[in-house]
Design a protein around this ligand. Sequence first.
Ligand code: PHE
Length: 450
Amino acid sequence: MAKREHWGSRIGFILAAAGSAIGLGNIWKFPYIAGQNGGAAFVVVYLGCIVGIGFPLMLAEFAIGRKTQKDPLGAFRNLRPQGRWFLVGGLGILASFLIFSYYSVVAGWTLGYIYKAASGVFSNFAVPEEAGVHFASFVSNPWWAISCHAAFMSLCMVIVIGGIKAGIERWSKILMPILFLILVGLVLRGITLEGSMRGVQFFLKADFTQLNWTSVLTALGHAFFTLSLAMGIMITYGSYLSKEDNLVSSAFMVVFLDTLIALMAGLAIFSSIFAMGLDPAAGPGLTFHILPAVFQRMPAGILFGTMFFLLLAIAALTSGISLLEVVVTFFIDEKGWSRRKAVLSLGSAVFILGILTALSFGVLENVKIFGWRNFFEGLDFICANLLLPIGALLTAIFVGWVWGMRPAIQEVRSGNPRFLFAPLWSFLIRFVSPVAVAIIIVAKLMGKAF
Ligand code: PHE
């Protein structure tokens, strides 16, 4: 068998993993959930979840991947050949496959909106309602929805076909600095607008009265999603690491960059929204309903609007490739397929499945699976509320109790012989993470969170 490819540099790996973590969750979701849950008070809770649960789990996934040098299913089987633990890896691969099918549709909208922003369509929107109507007609148009989805999927396939070094690493090294520069530009634009300081205050001033148990669950759930955990991604990316790499400092950098970008996105968005006198608590529609109206009112809005949607598209692209890579690595490692064959056939399969989501906002809107939810809502519910938390719970239990902390710590020590906080890590993985995730699962099943 051919020798396994490895990342060409530490920074390349960090940027690729950060690229996966930084996605629509940071720029589209984090600002609006922070806006709805008391601004800075929510941010404090969220940071606690990231540090206490997200970071330890990311380190655990890196350790599983690097130890076994295998796709997620092979990795679990390799560490525990008896029993059915390999299914946990399989669950992550399945989640990646399913999530990619609808992530690509939403990411496709951002491509469509780059075009709309650049061609000045936003100048027609005097009020957010008009932007909302325009958005609804855009996503319900099958031609637009499917062609944007196809365009996004093709970009992901072109990058992943290049492999780890020449594809994912190379493009992450190009795209992530661009993403950062655009965001710096948008933050500067936002905070220099007249009246923006009220937005900055809103985002940075802690209002603990808005915080309740649901906010805590939201923060915890978002911590997994934003760090791309429980989907086999960090196991897969970790499997291309070599034994000399320092897992702790890499995980730290990824978590740090992810948080930094989310905070910067919040700052850019809230300063602009307040300066333009629009509604900060608009919820999920914030990006596509409110922001076009913000850009319409802002000086040089065409330029900044285009930059904003380009930012979203880049963030989505580096996340999309990580989802595809999980599934591709599985078929390469387990079925012996060539990378080319895996990318072409799996990309096409995910594309076809995604068509059902693309049509869920138009012709298929009222087609309910089992009379329950439409295709997109059903898929999102199953993945976000069941597959991901269950995957995270089983991963923590596996590392903490089945594979065991001793070999896990030994793996982390390769490349980082000191690893002073090994006992703390062990405590967090064995006790804190499983309990916290179990609480989320129960709460979600009872319909409390989100
Ligand atoms: N972490 C990404 C984000 O914040 C989301 C994502 C989830 C990416 C799953 C890949 C896989 O948007």
